[in-house]
Write a protein that binds this ligand. Sequence first.
Ligand SMILES: C[S@@+](CC[C@H](N)C(=O)[O-])C[C@H]1O[C@@H](n2cnc3c(N)ncnc32)[C@H](O)[C@@H]1O
Ligand SMILES: O=C(O)C(=O)C[C@]1(C(=O)O)C=C[C@@H](O)C=C1
Length: 247
Amino acid sequence: MSKEPDRLFAQPLPQVPDFAFNEDVVRVFPDMIKRSVPGYPTIVENLGVLAAQFAQPGSVLYDLGSSLGAVTQALRRHVRTDGCRVIAVDNSAAMVERCREYLNGQDSMFQELLPVEVIEGDILALQFQPASVVALNFTLQFIAPDERLALLSRIRQSLLPGGALILSEKLRFNDLEEHALLTDLHIAFKRANGYSELEIAQKRSAIENVMKPDSLEEHRERLLAAGFSKVVPWFQCLNFASLIALP
Ligand SMILES: C[S@@+](CC[C@H](N)C(=O)[O-])C[C@H]1O[C@@H](n2cnc3c(N)ncnc32)[C@H](O)[C@@H]1O
Ligand SMILES: O=C(O)C(=O)C[C@]1(C(=O)O)C=C[C@@H](O)C=C1
């Protein structure tokens, strides 16, 4: 994976454009997400471990909003269930192109990996096949809020008995003091990872119109409304969390 450091917001920008998953972001994405999302490497690796517990023979494992395929690669490191295949979907052409290159690299280094198909497309328009694992790793927060319930309902309908949705998101908190504390600690995390005050501020204005986090309570209620029977948080680091939702 690219080792290029993320300096995208290091210089003052006359006007900060809305954040987009374009070629510039693709080049620095592995560095950006690791330095921006507390717990990201732990979440990705363990998503593979969890998926192996839910994978059903002959089913599909979806990686929705796959970016460079970090989750897909973790699924292929950990899932050995007969007849499973991975479908990775992203609507950024630049992400999809680089993701395919990285997965070819994984194929050339390891044998007997699950087959994978990378689709360039909108997850809101996807025809889901019967699935045992669906991963939404920091993707739902970029979907328009009024589309989220319908998407989760369609995922729920595609899930086989014994399967699971694994949903990772940045959280906001209804308690203002808790929200302020965890936001400050997240800024401290970014600072400790070498981001300047300017980089932190400009990234914040770039994402504020395009990324709308929900609270844990909102996630739980919406997942139940979508038909999931149980919602189990399995990881939280500062204001980032991951949940298992069972059909
Ligand atoms: C924060 S990144 C996901 C990170 C990735 N899952 C990982 O773990 O490394 C969000 C991704 O979702 C994709 N995305 C956003 N909206 C989408 C949509 N409607 N359909 C497909 N992909 C979408 C973006 O292009 C971006 O690559
Ligand atoms: O919340 C922030 O400040 C972030 O940078 C978060 C976040 C994310 O959660 O996806 C936003 C955009 C990039 O994809 C990497 C990280």
